[in-house]
Design a protein around this ligand. Structure first.
Ligand SMILES: [Fe+2]
Ligand SMILES: [Fe+2]
Length: 561
């Protein structure tokens, strides 16, 4: 097929009908997709985890002075592993929809238990002091890793099951203290990494986890620091320092290891953490620098969309950092033909759309989505950024050019009615040709960016903005997007939409502050009362903007993009 496509392109290029180049597209191979979503693969992973846990507990039983026989130990391990799998399958289905995530979660949990078993083994062979053995276990390992990569619920899940399964590998007398220590340290690490944006915050979480472990050990009497090394001559504070160093050092080394391995895990399991989003928000990216020089209007538009989307995402607890970065790149495709987009036109300069038919203009405008994907794939941008580029217009209509085409057709028809033209030459106006290819926004963040994009474009046409006009504009845009079905595939609830609208209004008010015409108290009350009495007047702001925008659709050439 690829060869046939190449031949077709070459023949078209020879006739001057094609540039001969093929746009890059972002598609996952069918084999990877079926592996990722296969139920059989998922159930096999579950079975492997359950069996591996049971075998590990059974093997550890005789050496860890397990009071039960190995078989009973294995049954306990099996039950804990089955509970973990059942909980993962039912409660965390959304987080683990892909099988690679299941590998990550269960692999991290199993890896944690193996590391803990290894530390216990060192202690059994007197390679580390008996009193320090619990403080040298990296309790924060799986909880911190999964908390940072997949969020707090998954981190807590790891803290609970790492404590329960790990507890089976220690002598019966120590089981309770081990489970409490492991649980407290794990949960502390998860809580401390709630919103990690910098690597240093990971290290701080590691220290917190170590301090929590030390406090629990002291409270439960696990650390008798006067007799720690059987030496009464040893200075009390020096001994305490050693114990503290062991606990905090273990937390710190765990955090350091996770920090170093995060990029590997992010690449392998296609997860992006807050740390990476912050690193990606650097405006010095090659594409953004190009945009700054070649399409300054689009660059400014993207910055405003980023501020609107970030604040809105923050208000509903969505991923604000992701929204900021994806907004920076959402219109990167305009770099191919920046002069066709109104925000890049200089005052008094010629509008290139004047020389094109409406259908041609719509094609150029719509192409910025595919061009954006092409550039993003070429520059190896994050898959979430590529998704946002594809989804930020959904399958909405390029209304300005669609209406222009209809008007032209009507004018031609009138000519024909007067006998001045040929009916066969009448242009065919198909709505399909004026629609973006989609898909519609599929995530909450993508939905927010799509709304912020429309709000920013429309706000530029707002003359003499007032807080009431800004609110009316936002309301109108959101309602028209809902009516057009553009938010059907993202999980934004009505309650969240209300918060998003409120956030947009606040951000826009502060951005347009110098232009805002605040009405006097009496006028504001009067207009508020009038709107309540006649809901049709809620689109006052739009009506006053004349035909520049209507129904949230921007109608100036290129602005619809
Ligand atoms: Fe845009
Ligand atoms: Fe766009």
């Amino acid at each position: 097929m690829a060869i046939l496509d190449a031949i077709k392109r070459w023949r078209l290029a020879r006739r001057g009908l094609s540039s001969g180049k093929k746009r890059r597209v972002h598609v996952e191979s069918a084999a990877v997709q079926s592996l990722e979503l296969s139920r059989w693969v998922r159930y096999s992973l579950y079975a492997m985890f359950v069996v591996a846990t049971a075998v590990l507990v059974m093997r550890a039983s005789p050496t860890s002075a397990f009071e039960l026989e190995p078989v009973k130990g294995a049954v306990c391990g099996l039950l804990f592993a089955l509970t973990a799998v059942a909980l993962l399958h039912s409660s965390h289905d959304a987080a683990c929809r892909r099988n690679s995530r299941v590998v990550l979660v269960l692999g991290a949990l199993l890896g944690h238990v193996v590391v803990m078993w290894a530390v216990m083994g060192l202690s059994r062979h007197q390679m580390i002091p008996e009193a320090l053995r619990f403080l040298l276990v990296p309790f924060a390992l799986a909880p911190m890793l999964l908390g940072v990569l997949l969020g707090r619920p998954m981190g807590t899940f790891a803290a609970v099951f790492a404590s329960l399964i790990g507890g089976l590998l220690v002598p019966a007398g120590d089981r309770l203290i081990y489970t409490v220590l492991s649980f407290v340290c794990g949960v502390t690490a998860v809580l401390a990494t709630r919103q990690v944006r910098k690597r240093v915050e990971l290290l701080r979480a590691g220290i917190f986890s170590g301090v929590a472990g030390l406090l629990v050990a002291l409270v439960l009497g696990r650390v008798d620091w006067l007799e720690l090394f059987g030496s009464e001559a040893m200075d009390r504070w020096q001994t305490f320092g050693l114990v503290g160093l062991a606990a905090v050092g273990t937390g710190l080394v765990t955090a350091l290891g996770i920090s170093g391995l995060l990029p590997v895990f992010e690449g392998m399991f296609r997860v992006t953490t807050g740390i990476s989003w912050l690193e990606l928000s650097d405006l010095n990216h090659k594409l953004l620098r190009r945009m700054q020089l070649e399409a300054p209007g689009t660059f400014h538009h993207s910055l405003v969309v980023a501020s609107l989307a970030e604040a809105a995402a923050e208000s509903i607890g969505a991923n604000a950092q992701l929204c900021r970065v994806c907004s920076y790149f959402h219109d990167v495709g305009k770099l191919k033909k920046p002069e066709y987009f109104i925000e890049n036109l200089h005052e008094g300069s010629e509008n290139p759309h004047d020389a094109l038919t409406p259908t041609m203009s719509a094609l150029v405008i719509i192409a910025h989505v595919k061009d954006g994907v092409d550039l993003a794939v070429k520059h190896k941008l994050n898959p979430r950024i590529i998704d946002t580029i594809q989804e930020h217009h959904g399958d909405s209509l390029v209304y300005y050019f669609y209406r222009k085409a209809q008007e032209q057709k009507r004018a031609e028809q009138e000519k024909c009615d007067k006998g001045l033209g040929n009916r066969e030459d009448l242009p065919h106006v198909d709505e399909k040709n004026f629609r973006y290819p989609g898909p519609k926004p599929r995530t909450v963040e993508s939905g927010i960016i799509a709304l912020a994009d429309s709000v920013e474009s429309a706000s530029r046409t707002l003359r003499k903005p007032t807080p009431a006009k800004i609110r009316a504009l936002i309301e109108d845009i959101v309602q028209s997007r809902i009516a057009d079905g553009q938010l059907d595939e993202c999980a934004l609830t009505m309650r969240e939409l209300a918060k998003v609208k409120e956030s947009f209004a606040g951000t826009l008010r502060s951005m347009l502050h110098s232009r805002i015409d605040y009405p006097k108290d009496d006028e504001a009350k009067a207009s508020g009362a009038a709107r309540r009495a006649d809901p049709a007047k809620s689109t006052l702001g739009l009506a006053e903007r004349g035909d520049a925008t209507r129904g949230g659709r921007t109608m100036k050439p290129g602005e619809a993009a």
